[in-house]
Design a protein around this ligand. Structure first.
Ligand code: ADP
Ligand code: MG
Length: 453
């Protein structure tokens, strides 16, 4: 695995440098935010992205550029795919205006820790959904040991990690000894030590020698009996000395299946608070904050922010991702204003995922489109390229992408085409519609028809 990481990084170092030389602005906009994760089978480079919006956006608009950059690296051409959930690398400082001479080192030397996003109490938007959690987290930083333990739970992407890291920063500023750890990292470290028969004492000391211990995502403990045992001892040690413990999880303690009762009781013995997804006003406030704090002036009107706040209710992570995507498109288009319709089109695939149950079968879409254009399903799935067939085929691909939850490769199978062809169609149809009112109306009617089922 280590060897994989090294070679993914070295492949990406070459590709990233090519990207930067070809187009500095583009590189800064998205290239530098990709993180090499690993090399998959058949020379596929897996690139880490913050969220699925960003990955799709890069794939949609920069597929060719990225493919070029990955061509012939020491004789090998790599394909790419994205994996969400990786914090972006920090954006390198803007270089003095010599865009052509782009040869500065691009990457951190390996081993240098990457600074995460800037999480603080001041950039956490407090609203009904999280006010209580916010208050108690601030309290424990002021008075460690007061509510012990503090257990925060809530769905993914609603701000738990943000609160923990803000607490970490504030506690450190106050001169407290504080340690933040993601439970999955502890798990890795712990099992590695067990495997290599390493010394657990150092591991234990690093967790015990603190005023505040912040452990993120403790639901990961489910079913891990050895680590639970270790955790039990750790908990008792800290608790009996009045050292503060803060835990987060995606569920309440009693709902974590495979967690020992004695841990459940302990986790529930202090203060428990739910972190909810901000309501629409809170989501709007988060977006306004992002716009106000953006590094460059972002021209997204309140109507657009309101639209996003209304449409995206599943997670703040996705909300931020959607904002970033629109902000980047706006800046690429020389900061022209984006309309709500354009936003709807740009985010179609992701907004689709927000609405519930969308299991329209792909063959139904193919049939409907074929009927509508007076073609056969075989035409839609086939390879003949006259425009009167090629366009409806692209429409069918586009609808499969926007109206169902299927991935690009799955749609590829349904049409017997490559993932890149589908991507091209998904990208092209909104463009065609922008110049062709009849086509646009037809697509809209098909969408309505499909929605009605
Ligand atoms: P969780 O740990 O609950 O899955 P995170 O704390 O990672 O969620 O939040 C996901 C993203 O949303 C982060 O970028 C975080 O900064 C942001 N976020 C969540 N809640 C808020 C909030 N109330 N104000 C500002 N940003 C928020
Ligand atoms: Mg988290």
């Amino acid at each position: 695995m280590y060897a994989d990481m090294v070679s993914a990084a070295s492949v990406w170092a070459v590709a990233a440098q090519r990207l930067q030389q070809r187009n500095e602005a583009s590189y800064r906009q998205w290239g530098c935010k990709l993180v090499p994760v690993r090399l998959g089978s058949s020379n596929e480079l897996v690139l880490g992205v913050d969220d699925d919006f960003f990955g799709e956006w890069v794939a949609t608009y920069f597929c060719d550029m990225l493919t070029d950059a990955l061509r012939d690296i020491d004789g090998v051409s790599y394909s790419f795919s994205f994996e969400a959930g990786h914090a972006p690398a920090p954006v390198p400082p803007v270089r003095e205006s010599k865009p052509k001479a782009a040869t500065t080192a691009l990457h951190r030397p390996s081993g240098v820790p990457r600074r995460g996003p800037n999480y603080s109490f001041s950039n956490f938007v407090v609203c009904e959904a999280n006010r209580y959690a916010f208050t108690v987290v601030k309290d424990v930083v002021e008075r460690p040991g007061f509510y012990n333990p503090l257990f925060l739970y809530g769905l993914s992407g609603c701000g738990k990690t943000h609160l923990l890291r803000a607490a970490e920063a504030e506690a450190a500023d106050n001169g407290l000894r504080v340690r933040y750890a993601a439970c999955s990292e502890l798990l890795d470290e712990f099992y590695k030590l067990l495997q290599n028969k390493g010394d657990l004492n150092e591991f234990r000391a690093s967790l015990r020698d603190v005023d505040i211990l912040l452990i993120d995502d403790v639901h990961v403990l489910a079913g891990k009996t050895q680590l639970q045992e270790e955790f039990f001892k750790l908990f008792n040690f800290l608790y009996s000395r009045g050292q503060q413990i803060v835990l987060t999880s995606d569920k309440q303690p009693c709902e974590i299946h495979g967690l020992e009762d004695r841990l459940i009781t302990r986790f529930e013995s202090g203060m428990t608070s739910e972190v909810n997804m901000p309501e629409v006003e809170g989501r709007f406030a988060i977006l306004r904050m992002m716009r106000d704090e953006a590094f460059v002036k972002v021209r997204l009107d309140d109507t657009i922010l309101q639209f996003l706040a209304e449409q995206i209710s599943s997670s703040v992570r996705r909300l931020k991702g959607a904002f970033m995507r629109l902000a980047t498109v706006a800046s690429m288009r020389n900061n022209t204003r984006i309309t709500v319709e354009q936003a709807e089109q740009l985010l179609a695939a992701q907004l689709g995922k927000e609405s519930s149950a969308r299991d329209i079968p792909m063959d139904l879409i193919q049939r409907l489109v074929a009927d509508r254009f007076g073609l056969t399903v075989a035409d839609i799935r086939g390879n003949r390229r006259p425009r009167n067939i090629a366009e409806p085929r692209m429409v069918a691909m586009y609808l499969c992408r926007t109206m169902t939850k299927h991935s690009l490769p799955e749609i590829g199978v349904a049409f017997n085409k490559t993932h890149a062809t589908i991507l091209n169609a998904v990208n092209k149809v909104p463009e065609l519609c922008a110049h062709d009112d009849t086509l646009r109306r037809t697509v809209q009617q098909l969408e309505h028809q499909l929605k009605r089922g």
